[in-house]
Structure formats: structure tokens, C-alpha cells
Design a protein. Structure first.
Length: 296
């Protein structure tokens, strides 16, 4: 995979839009004076204000109440566009997946504020039931279906599994990005193995009417890092600390807002905890393993 064709080759300065603000109910005097009057929130994997409002509108309202500030949505075309939006000061807070956060931190010095845990979130690599492959080392010289370039579970986490058993992703196996077609590609014999998150694997098997034994798991990875609310590094440190404290203290209210939409069911058993940049080092290792260390 040529570097100029990889994820950051599409880095464009894409402008966002905002919705009308909602006046928070909290007394402004309870918040730090050095926080912006209006906080702009982006969600990296959601494009368009209509979808943002449908999936995170209740959370936006809860966040405004908790922080005592106006909160506006900022729509980004894709997760790549969140980086220039942070650098330009157009966004204050971004909810990002682990791989997106690593790039936001590298390119825009995003500050990890709150981690949104994802229980049972890990990578799995599966094969067909009639396959002779029973270990990851046997995938040397084979073709593996992965989700999309930069996907946390379906690319980077899965690659890290293979690297940890001594396989070089640049020479020892072939990766093909199949999106939602991973299971189909495996069944048709187009690939020798299929890598994705355990949750997506379960979903695709259920939709295809297949049993667990029909597509056995060769290996599962450790729990992956949490999704993270990353903040603009241009915000005052006192403001960042206050936002972190208020969000942690009111996490039940905020999680209720997130779960108001069925689209966010993956967060059903989540918690909010203080985020640490070092928790995302395994994702950085995976980027380096595929030859993309320049982006870090």
C-alpha cells in the first residue's frame, strides 16, 4: 500500500456546519470563565447534521446541561476532516474511535479527555470450517480479508495480532479491504481468513444464518482501547480539567443521552473514565507495522 494512497492522502480542509444552539439550564456562574461560551462537537463517523441530531441530539442536550454551556454540532465529511477542524479552532470536542484519535493526536495535538469504554470490543480472525488453518502463523503467505484501511478492530487490531506472532504485514501475507463483504469473501474462497471485530462477526453470522462453528475463530485479540472524547489543545487547561470533572460526575446523565438512540447500542454497557494517551500505544504500533509511522 503506497503511503501517498493511504488514509491521509485524502486530508482535505472540509468546512463544517452548525445547528442552532440550545441554551443550557445550568447557571453559567458554575462553570469556568475561561471556557468558550459555545462548545462545538463533532462525531468522526457521522456525516450530516440530520444524522448527528438523530443519533446524538439527546446527548448534546445533556452535555449542554452538564457543562453549563451552549453546545453546537459541527459536521465533518469524514474522520480525516476532524483534524484540520481542530487545528483551525472550529471544533472544541470530538468523539473518535481509537484509530481516529491516534491520528487526531498526531496531526492536531488533540487532548484525550474522556474515554467511553467498549466492553467486549476486540479483534477476531476467522476461517472456514473446512480450513486446515488452526493458528495465526499458518496465515503466512495467505490472503486475509480486513474491513477498511485504518479501522480499529477490522484492520489495525487484527494486524497487531499477526505482528505479535512474528508475521510482517508488508511481506508475509496479503491484505484485502472488503468492507462488509468479509464473511462473503471467506465463504466464496476469495480469501483464506477474515478479520473484524467480534461484534460485527456475530452480527454477520446471524444475518447469514450461520452458526459459530461454521466460521471458527483462529485467534482473538485483547480488548481494544476505548472510544474517546478528544478536546482541542487550544482550550485552556483549566477548562479541559473542568469539562473532564463535570462529565465524569454526570456520566449517568450523559450515557442516557447517548443511549437515547438505538444507533448507539454498542455503548449499552459503557462507562466514562479519564482517558490516557498511552492507552492508544497498541494502535500506534499497528500503524508502524504497516509502514505508516510517518503519519504519527
Amino acid at each position: 500500500m503506497k503511503r501517498r494512497q493511504f488514509l491521509w492522502s485524502s486530508l482535505l480542509f472540509i468546512a463544517g456546519c452548525t445547528t442552532a444552539t440550545r441554551q443550557p439550564q445550568r447557571n453559567r456562574s458554575q462553570t469556568a470563565a475561561n471556557c468558550p461560551d459555545t462548545l462545538r462537537l463533532a462525531i468522526t463517523d457521522i456525516k450530516g447534521l440530520e444524522q448527528l441530531q438523530a443519533e446524538f441530539g439527546a446527548f448534546k442536550s445533556a452535555l449542554a446541561d452538564v457543562l453549563g454551556r451552549n453546545v453546537e454540532f459541527f459536521s465533518v465529511e469524514n474522520h480525516v476532516a476532524a483534524s484540520p477542524a481542530l487545528l483551525s479552532g472550529r471544533v472544541d470536542l470530538v468523539l473518535a474511535g481509537p484509530s481516529e484519535y491516534v491520528l487526531l493526536h498526531a496531526r492536531a495535538q488533540a487532548i484525550p479527555l474522556i474515554a467511553l469504554t467498549r466492553p467486549n470490543y476486540y479483534s477476531v480472525i476467522s476461517v472456514r470450517a473446512d480450513s486446515a488453518i488452526t493458528s495465526l502463523k499458518q496465515l503466512k503467505g495467505k490472503t486475509i480479508a480486513m474491513r477498511t484501511a485504518g479501522s480499529t478492530a477490522g484492520h489495525l487490531g487484527s494486524t497487531k495480532l499477526l505482528v505479535d506472532v512474528g508475521l510482517n504485514p508488508q511481506s508475509d501475507f496479503k491484505t484485502v479491504m472488503t468492507g462488509d463483504r468479509g464473511l462473503e469473501a471467506l465463504q466464496k474462497g476469495e480469501v483464506d481468513a477474515w478479520a473484524d471485530s467480534n461484534l460485527r462477526r456475530t452480527q454477520f453470522l446471524r444475518e447469514a444464518g450461520l452458526s459459530e462453528s461454521a466460521v471458527p475463530i483462529v485467534a482473538r485479540g485483547p480488548d481494544l482501547p476505548s472510544d474517546v472524547f478528544a478536546a482541542n489543545s487550544q482550550l485552556d487547561p483549566a477548562c479541559l480539567e473542568e469539562m473532564r470533572s463535570l462529565m465524569l460526575a454526570a456520566q449517568d446523565q450523559l450515557l442516557q443521552g447517548i443511549l437515547a438512540s438505538a444507533a448507539n447500542a454498542k455503548y449499552a454497557n459503557s462507562e466514562m473514565v479519564a482517558a490516557k494517551n498511552s492507552d492508544y500505544d497498541p494502535i500506534r504500533e499497528a500503524y508502524r507495522a504497516i509502514g505508516q509511522d510517518d503519519y504519527l
